[in-house]
Ligand binder design. Structure first.
Ligand code: CUA
Length: 182
């Protein structure tokens, strides 16, 4: 039998199963069950597996909310593109727009405070990757992702896009500032 000829036995699923095949099916099944249990376990008892919410939204709605935050809490501008740096009040909602090929605006958060970080793409799929913390979220168009973040260490973190999004994917980098709390 080969891939271009029809199978010898038309009803192939009624053939006896090879011992090696069933062994691998059992191994894979046990691994699946193990991971199924461990994912929630790691979420509760470890620092892995973020809990996030996602809601349907539109680019217009999202950019309006981000713009309102920028208008209110902008502290300065950075880079040649004059990207606003925003320092929103501690504990509030913060918005980060992903678009070709930019993260907008730059956020400045306070260590030890919890924020609701809203993420959305205005065009197509991007990946939010916070380094060196290694937090990864796929950022989809049409969905507003919300995650609770409590930065615990001051510093400048890097944001990179880790989903290939076209010719300038490699330039889609940004920063997240965390400043020491009062
Ligand atoms: Cu955005 Cu890659």
């Amino acid at each position: 039998m080969s891939a271009i000829q029809p199978p010898e036995h038309r009803v192939w699923w009624k053939q006896p199963i090879e011992p090696l095949e069933i062994t691998w099916i059992v191994v894979a099944f046990i691994w699946c069950v193990f991971m199924f249990v461990m994912m929630p376990y790691w979420h509760v008892f470890s620092k892995q597996n973020l809990a996030n919410e996602a809601y349907r939204s539109t680019p217009e709605q999202f950019i309006a909310k981000a713009q309102a935050m920028v208008d209110k809490y902008k502290v300065r501008e950075e880079t040649e593109q004059k990207i606003p740096v925003v320092r929103p009040p501690a504990g509030g909602d913060v918005y980060l727009v992903a678009r070709l090929w930019q993260w907008w605006p730059l956020l400045e958060l306070e260590a030890g405070q919890t924020y609701k970080l809203h993420l959305m793409s205005l065009d197509w799929l991007h990946g939010f990757s916070l380094q060196p913390e290694n937090i990864n979220i796929e950022v989809h168009p049409g969905y507003e992702h919300i995650l609770q973040v409590t930065p615990n260490k001051a510093g400048a973190y890097s944001i990179i896009c880790n989903e290939y999004c076209g010719i300038n994917h490699h330039t889609m980098t940004s920063k997240l500032y965390v400043v020491a709390g009062k």
